[in-house]
Design a protein around this ligand. Structure first.
Ligand SMILES: NC(=O)c1ccc[n+]([C@@H]2O[C@H](COP(=O)([O-])OP(=O)(O)OC[C@H]3O[C@@H](n4cnc5c(N)ncnc54)[C@H](O)[C@@H]3O)[C@@H](O)[C@H]2O)c1
Length: 364
């Protein structure tokens, strides 16, 4: 008699795929579409862009490069909503164009994942959070850095009392000049703070666990102005939290294109009983090739076996998990509206040259 135990076969629970669409098929939207198209438990039901040609070529690349079934392409979100019966949508339009597609999708009963920053004004953020509340649907912001393990570890050490309270944090984030001059067609309609500081403001506010009450910002101009782009080259911000902790943020986007990665990125966080220094520029790896040096990144987005990994993946998976389980997203719009309030105050302070007192409406 064969006494060997037979392996237990665990049948995966039958899952009905979530039907997800994507609005805005630029750099980020195409990445969202590719990710959704490669998930077993998601059906990519459509992509939409004001520029139909952009959406059409994105659809072609998804099929040719990644063998994703060609998603239907739409010029307007309205048509997509009628045609597809989607459960959720990723919105990856430019920073200044998040509100309308987000509200339209929520009003149609969809869950929404929107790229960061949620909005450029607190008024817009409120319109969106109200729409989510009315619809009883999740509105999550893709603050994907929260899924990078080293940041999560800092947050957990503070929250479980091991490190005490955050005392001071500093971050510097710099993009190569390719970003505002070539990659973004709308650099003068956003800023280095909306585009870059948004990430670190969210992280540091999460570490501090308290409201931002004061913001003071200074800006430097010249390089981009001379190229005909109406934007600050660099913005430096000082922030005070209600519990007395402080932080400073530096964002610039004029690094020479020879810099070995798109973004140079550094942060330190000093707490009562713990300190972390985080060099995200190099991530400990430098690669020398015959004609260039690279600092490959393995925390936010990287590829393996033709698939996307890194914090971007974890953030998008979190969105679908929240839809399936009815759990509020870690970065729900309600929880990160204060980031928008602080970003808006940074730009008021740049205008007036004065500190701005704010109440960032921290939500649990
Ligand atoms: N999470 C991150 O790390 C990260 C990185 C880069 C950019 N972003 C954010 O992602 C968003 C998109 O950035 P991008 O670099 O992909 O921009 P992009 O300019 O490459 O793409 C935006 C696309 O949206 C389309 N569009 C504009 N308004 C629209 C509308 N109302 N309906 C449908 N389509 C519309 C445009 O035609 C364009 O194709 C921005 O908010 C940006 O800040 C996030």
């Amino acid at each position: 008699m064969n006494m060997e135990r037979q392996p237990v076969i665990i049948e995966p629970a039958a899952r009905v795929p979530l039907r997800i669409a994507v609005v805005g098929t630029g750099l980020l939207g195409e990445r969202h579409a590719r990710f959704w198209g490669q998930q077993d438990d998601v059906e990519l039901v459509g992509i939409v862009d004001l520029d139909l040609g952009r959406a059409t070529s994105a659809a072609e690349r998804l099929t040719t490069n990644f063998r994703i079934p060609r998603p239907p392409v739409f010029r307007s979100l309205e048509t997509l909503l009628t045609a597809t019966g989607a459960d959720g949508v990723s919105v990856a339009t430019p920073d200044f164009a998040h509100r309308d597609p987000v509200v339209q999708a929520l009003d149609a009963g969809l869950h929404v994942l929107v790229e960061k920053p949620l909005a450029m004004t607190t008024a817009d953020a409120f319109v969106m959070t109200d729409a989510a509340r009315r619809a009883g649907r999740w509105l999550m912001v893709n603050h994907s850095m929260r899924w990078i393990p080293r940041y999560r570890a800092i947050h957990d050490a503070i929250r479980n009392g091991e490190w005490g309270q955050m005392v001071v944090a500093h971050s510097a984030k710099s993009d190569v000049i390719h970003v505002p001059t070539e990659m973004l067609r709308w650099a003068s309609r956003t800023s280095a703070a909306y585009f870059l500081t948004a990430h670190d403001l969210d992280l540091v506010r999460w570490f501090a666990g308290d409201r931002i009450v004061r913001v003071f910002a200074q800006g430097a101009r010249g390089v981009l102005d001379r190229r005909g782009i109406d934007a600050y080259d660099a913005i430096q911000t000082s922030v005070t939290f209600a519990n007395g902790s402080i932080a400073s943020f530096e964002a610039s986007w004029i690094h020479p294109n020879t810099y070995p990665s798109f973004t140079d990125d550094y942060m330190h966080v000093i707490c009562e009983q713990g300190v972390a220094y985080l060099d995200r520029g190099r991530e400990g790896s430098e690669v020398f090739e015959t004609d260039r040096v690279r600092h490959p990144k393995h925390s936010t987005v990287y590829e393996q076996d033709g698939r996307i990994y890194g914090s971007f993946r974890h953030s998008l998976e979190h969105f679908t998990r929240c839809i399936r389980t009815g759990t509020e997203p870690l970065t729900s719009a309600r929880r990160v509206t204060g980031v928008v309030t602080a970003l808006e105050a940074i730009h008021r302070s740049l205008e007036t040259g004065l500190p701005e007192t704010i109440d960032d409406q921290l939500a649990d």
